[in-house]
Ligand binder design. Structure first.
Ligand SMILES: [Zn+2]
Length: 297
């Protein structure tokens, strides 16, 4: 099992009380190592190139971000203070999702211990998302003729609005978002398929929707690969999510998705997605369910 990770994922200096739990990546890696599975290999990613970013993003936006010429308003919307480390980290995270997707195509499964930056639009960043790694990975696989059809299966509690906007005219990229209607973003975009569930949705309702949605997307579109946003913010205690899904519900979601892909022999790449509990050990435990499911498979 190849997992893509870079120390810079967590090495970003943020102001005290900043909402983003930047330490989670490093802590998660340590927790995965504690599972003691020898088949797990951590791979350092290479940075995404400008031409890869251009597959999904506007040139002016890319240049402004890379050169440090974004407006203060744009930086505020993005959600992170601007720094050279942020640029490095962003390019590594996107590169990791691209390389992880290529690895999954060859070997069946892979994950990036970052990624799932689905609020990034073609010409601006939003909600802690700068470049849309899963949309870029999908466009890259199609552009290099490694895949004909890619399904982005987004199970973060927030809608994949940026992904929907970026891929709206790209008929080889299918987007499916299962999210909470009342959560950010207020103005939802149109994915290929949207499953907007109400606040306080519990395990049974959530899992029934998930199973139907994945089965439907695969039957209709027969994707060559699935890029899965495994957001941990569906968990009931997440401060930025409104679902009532239990820890076991998160495990069942991840296990179902992984097992479905295995049974149908569809390569699967996973991005970590959101997860914002201030209690870091509880947060890591939610993200860890994905890797437990991968090991249990
Ligand atoms: Zn989220």
């Amino acid at each position: 099992m190849q997992l893509y990770y870079h120390p810079l994922y967590s090495d970003l200096i943020l102001p005290e009380r900043h909402r983003f739990p930047i330490q989670k990546y490093k802590l998660l890696k340590t927790e995965i190592e504690k599972l003691g599975v020898s088949a797990i290999h951590f791979q350092e990613p290479k940075k995404a190139t400008k031409s890869q970013l251009s597959l999904c993003h506007n040139q002016t936006y890319i240049n402004n971000f890379l050169n440090g010429t974004l407006s203060n308003k744009a930086i505020k919307k993005m959600g992170f203070p601007y720094s050279n480390e942020l640029v490095e980290r962003t390019l590594l995270s996107v590169g990791a999702s691209i390389q992880s997707s290529e690895h999954a195509l060859k070997h069946g499964f892979s994950a990036n211990l970052s990624g799932g930056y689905h609020h990034a639009y073609s010409d601006y960043g939003s909600g802690f998302c700068i470049f849309n790694d899963l949309a870029i990975a999908a466009a890259h696989l199609i552009n290099t003729e490694q895949a004909d059809t890619v399904l982005i299966f987004d199970c973060d509690v927030h809608q994949g609005d940026g992904t929907a906007q970026i891929t709206q005219n790209h008929d080889q990229i299918i987007t499916c978002s299962i999210h909470c209607e009342q959560n950010f973003p207020r103005n939802k975009q149109e994915s290929t398929y949207d499953f907007a569930l109400p606040a306080k949705t519990t395990d049974a309702e959530y899992l029934a929707t998930l199973e139907q949605a994945l089965d439907f997307c695969v039957r209709i579109h027969n994707p060559d690969i699935i890029l899965y946003n495994a957001g941990a913010d569906i968990y009931t205690k997440d401060e930025l999510g409104l679902f009532d899904v239990s820890l076991n519900g998160v495990y069942k979601r991840d296990f179902f998705t992984l097992n479905f892909c295995k049974q149908h022999q569809i390569p699967l790449m996973c991005g970590l997605g959101g997860g914002y509990q201030r209690n870091l050990s509880s947060l890591i435990n939610v993200h860890k369910q994905l890797f437990k499911a991968a090991i249990d498979l």
